[in-house]
Design a binder for this molecule. Structure first.
Ligand SMILES: Cc1ncc(C[n+]2csc(CCOP(=O)(O)OP(=O)(O)O)c2C)c(N)n1
Ligand SMILES: CC(=O)[C@@H](O)[C@H](O)COP(=O)(O)O
Ligand SMILES: [Mg+2]
Length: 644
C-alpha cells in the first residue's frame, strides 16, 4: 500500500495527481476487504464511498471544515485518511470504533449512529458559524436510506429557509438501505438518476445554440430565464429545488474529477446546496456486489477471497422469531409485519417471502412505523413491528400517545435488546425496559429461550387492546431453560430446597442461565436461592409480592439500565403491597458503554455470575450480622468468565 501508508492526514492528499488518487482508491478498497474480513464490520457501505471521501477531504479542510457522516457506518475511509490505519481491532475493546468517535480524532464530530440526524447537526453547526461569523464550511453526507427518515426532512425544511447560510449536503445515493431503498423519495431519486442532469443539459444546449446564428443566444437566454419550467421538463428536480435548495447532480460518485468539481462548486455557492452522488454499495468486491440481500452492509468475519462467513452461525434469537412469524401468518390472516428498512436483520425476510402483501418496509422511519401500526390496528389487523431495541427509543412518543393511549393491539418485537457490545454506545438495547415502564397498559415480555420467544410472541399477538412488547438479545440463542413450576404467570426455574429460603433471584430474559449459575454459587455458600423468571416483566406479576415475602432478600438481574428498569418496578410493586423484604437490583449503570465484546462489557459493569454472587453473599452476610466478606471470594474462584 505505498500511497495509503503515506497519508497521515487529509492534506497529504493535496500532493497526489489524479492517477495517484485513483491508485489510492484501489489501495483503500484492498485494505478494506483485507482488514474488515478479519474483524467484521460495514464493508459494503465503505467500499462505496472511497472516491467520495477522498474528494471531500481534498475539497474541504477538515477539521476546520466539519465533515459529518449520517449514521457513521460509512466512515472507515474517512478514518483511513485522517490518521487511523490500524484496523486490527476494529469494533473491539481498545481498537477503533465502528463509527466516528470524538475520542479517536478531531476529525470526528457526530458519534451517534442512529440514522437521519446529520442534517439537524449540520443545520446547527451552520447556524453557529453564521452567528460567530466563521467562514468554515459544513458538509453533511447522508445516504438515500437515511434520507427516508423524518428527521432529515425536518432539518431540510429549516436548512432551505436560510438562503444565505452555506451548507453542503451530499446525498450518497447507492439505491439501498440494507435492501433497496423504498418509497416516493427513492422513486424521486431514481428519476433524478435516470434523467440527464439539468446542468449538463443546459451546458450542452448553450454550446449548440451559441453555434446557431442570430436566434441562438437569445433563445438560450429565454430558456435559461424560464429556469424552473425548463428544469422540470428536462429532469423533474421539483422537490429539492421547490424547497429552495440548489441541486447539483447527479454526479458519478466514483469519478474523482467530477466529484471534486461538483463539491468545489457547492463550496463556493454560499447557500444550502445538495450534491447528488451516485455510488455503488460494495464497489469493487464481487462477493458484495453479488449479495442481493444487502451488498455486505454489515458482515461478520469472512474469507476475503469468497466473502463466505468464517464461522457458521447457529440458531439465533432473530431466526426463532422469524420462523414463528411465518407460522402465525399462516394461522392468522390479520397478522401483518412492519420493518423500518431492516427486513432481513430483524428476521422478517421469510414472512415477506411467504406473505409479500402483508409486510411493510416503511424506510428508516420508526416513528411512522409506530403510528402507522396504530392505524393498522384500528383498521382491524394486528401489526408486528420488529425493530432493534435501541431504535425504538425514537418512537417513544408514538408508542405512548398513539398506540397505548388509543389502546391499539400492536406488538413490538425488540431485537438486539440488552448489551450488544461491539457497535458501541448507541447500539446497546439498554433503555427499552425503562422507557416502556411508564407506558400505561403496555405489556412487556422478556423471553429467556427459544421456546419462550415462540410462546410469548403468541401471547403478545393475542392481545388486541393494548401494546405488547417482546424483547430478546443479539446472537445465538442458548439451550432451553426448563421451568420447575409456574406461580401466577411466572416460571420458577430453581427451587431453594428449604422452607425459609434466603434469596429470591428474579431473572430477566436471556440472563436465566447466568442467574442459575449465581444460584449455584450461592448454594456453595450455604445461601438458598429461588430463581424465578417473571416472563412478563410489565406489569409486575401479582404473584411476585407473595413470593418475595417468603424470602429474606430479593435480587433482580436485568440486561437493561438499572434506572427505572425491572428491578425498580418490582421494588415499587413490593412497597405498594406492603412487603418490606430488602431488594437489590443488578443491571446496566446509566452510562454510555464503549465498544467491546458483550462479555467484556458485562464484565466491566459487573454483570457476571461471580460478581453478582459475591455481592449477594455480602448482602446476606449483612442480614446475618456477619462480616460482609463471608466466603465471597470462594464463591467466585472456580468460575470461568463468560465468553461471547
Ligand atoms: C434510527 C435508525 N434506524 C435504523 C438503523 C439501522 N441502519 C443502519 S444503516 C441503515 C441503512 C442506511 O442506508 P443509507 O443511509 O442509504 O446508507 P448506506 O448503508 O446505503 O450507505 C440502517 C437501516 C439506524 N442506524 N438508525
Ligand atoms: C449501522 C447500523 O445501525 C447497523 O448496520 C448495525 O451496525 C447492525 O448491527 P447488527 O450487526 O447487530 O445487525
Ligand atoms: Mg444507501
Amino acid at each position: 500500500m505505498p500511497l495509503l501508508t503515506r497519508i497521515r492526514g487529509p492534506r497529504d492528499l493535496d500532493r497526489l495527481n489524479l492517477e495517484e488518487l485513483n491508485q489510492l482508491a484501489e489501495e483503500i478498497r484492498s485494505f478494506l476487504v483485507e482488514a474488515v474480513s478479519k474483524t467484521g464490520g460495514h464493508l459494503g457501505p465503505n467500499l462505496g464511498v472511497v472516491e467520495l471521501t477522498i474528494a471531500l477531504h481534498r475539497v474541504f479542510d477538515s477539521p476546520r471544515d466539519k465533515v459529518l457522516w449520517d449514521t457513521g457506518h460509512q466512515s472507515y475511509v474517512h478514518k483511513l485518511l485522517t490518521g487511523r490505519q490500524d484496523f486490527s481491532k476494529l469494533k473491539m475493546k481498545g481498537g477503533l470504533s465502528g463509527y466516528p468517535s470524538q475520542a479517536e480524532s478531531e476529525h470526528d464530530v457526530i458519534e451517534n449512529s442512529h440514522a437521519s440526524t446529520v442534517l439537524g447537526w449540520a443545520d446547527g453547526i451552520a447556524k453557529a458559524n453564521q452567528i460567530l461569523e466563521r467562514d468554515d464550511h459544513v458538509v453533511a453526507v447522508i445516504g438515500d436510506g437515511a434520507l427516508t427518515g423524518g428527521m432529515a426532512w425536518e432539518a431540510l425544511n429549516n436548512i432551505a429557509d436560510a438562503k444565505d447560510r452555506p451548507l453542503v449536503i451530499v446525498v450518497n445515493d447507492n439505491e439501498r438501505s440494507y435492501a433497496p431503498t423504498i418509497g416516493g423519495l427513492a422513486n424521486h431519486l431514481a428519476t433524478l438518476r435516470t434523467t440527464d442532469g439539468y446542468e449538463r443539459f443546459l451546458a450542452r444546449t448553450k454550446e449548440v445554440l451559441e453555434r446557431t446564428p442570430v436566434v441562438g443566444r437569445p433563445l438560450y437566454d429565454t430558456l435559461h430565464g424560464a429556469k424552473k419550467g425548463l428544469k422540470d421538463f428536462i429532469a423533474p428536480q421539483g422537490m429539492f429545488e421547490d424547497l429552495g435548495l440548489k441541486y447539483v447532480g447527479p454526479i458519478d460518485g466514483h469519478d474523482l474529477e467530477a466529484l471534486e468539481s461538483a463539491l468545489a462548486k457547492a463550496k463556493r455557492f454560499g447557500g444550502p446546496v445538495i450534491v447528488h452522488c451516485l455510488t455503488e454499495k460494495g464497489r469493487g468486491y464481487q462477493p458484495a456486489l453479488q449479495d442481493e440481500a444487502d451488498r455486505f452492509h454489515a458482515v461478520g468475519k469472512i474469507h476475503p477471497d469468497t466473502g463466505l462467513p468464517i464461522a457458521s452461525s447457529g440458531a439465533d434469537w432473530t431466526s426463532v422469531f422469524g420462523a414463528e412469524m411465518v407460522k402465525l401468518g399462516e394461522e392468522r390472516e390479520d397478522i401483518v409485519a412492519i420493518t423500518a428498512a431492516m427486513l432481513q436483520p430483524v428476521g422478517l425476510d421469510k414472512f415477506a417471502k411467504r406473505f409479500p402483501k402483508r409486510v411493510y418496509d416503511v424506510g428508516i422511519a420508526e416513528q411512522h412505523a409506530a403510528v402507522s401500526a396504530a392505524g393498522l390496528a384500528t383498521g382491524g389487523v394486528h401489526p408486528v413491528f420488529a425493530v432493534y431495541a435501541t431504535f425504538l427509543n425514537r418512537a417513544f412518543d408514538q408508542v405512548l400517545m398513539d398506540v397505548a393511549l388509543h389502546k391499539c393491539g400492536v406488538t413490538f418485537v425488540l431485537d438486539r435488546a440488552g448489551v450488544t457490545g461491539t457497535d458501541g454506545a448507541s447500539h446497546n438495547g439498554m433503555w427499552d425496559m425503562s422507557i416502556l415502564q411508564v407506558v400505561p397498559g403496555l405489556r412487556l415480555a422478556a423471553p429467556r429461550d427459544a421456546d419462550q420467544v415462540r410462546a410469548q410472541l403468541r401471547e403478545a399477538v393475542a392481545v388486541d387492546d393494548a401494546p405488547t412488547v417482546v424483547r430478546f438479545s443479539k446472537g445465538a440463542v442458548g439451550p432451553a431453560v426448563p421451568a420447575v413450576r409456574r406461580v401466577g404467570g411466572m416460571d420458577v426455574l430453581r427451587e431453594p430446597g428449604t422452607d425459609r429460603p434466603d434469596v429470591l433471584l428474579v431473572s430477566v430474559g436471556a440472563l436465566a442461565p447466568m442467574c442459575l449459575e449465581i444460584a449455584g454459587l450461592l448454594d456453595k455458600q450455604g445461601i438458598s436461592t429461588t430463581v424465578v423468571d417473571p416472563r412478563w416483566v410489565k406489569p409486575v406479576d401479582e404473584a411476585m409480592a407473595p413470593l418475595a415475602e417468603q424470602h429474606r432478600v430479593v435480587v433482580t438481574v436485568e440486561d437493561n439500565s438499572r434506572v427505572g428498569g425491572v428491578g425498580s418496578a418490582i421494588a415499587q410493586a413490593l412497597r405498594d403491597a406492603g412487603v418490606d423484604v430488602p431488594l437489590r437490583d443488578f443491571g446496566i449503570p446509566p452510562r454510555f458503554l464503549d465498544h467491546a465484546s458483550r462479555a467484556e462489557v458485562l464484565a466491566e459493569i459487573g454483570l457476571t455470575a461471580p460478581d453478582i454472587a459475591r455481592q449477594v453473599t455480602g448482602l446476606v452476610a449483612k442480614l446475618d450480622g456477619l462480616p460482609t466478606e463471608r466466603g465471597a471470594a470462594d464463591a467466585v474462584d472456580s468460575v470461568e468468565p463468560a465468553r461471547d
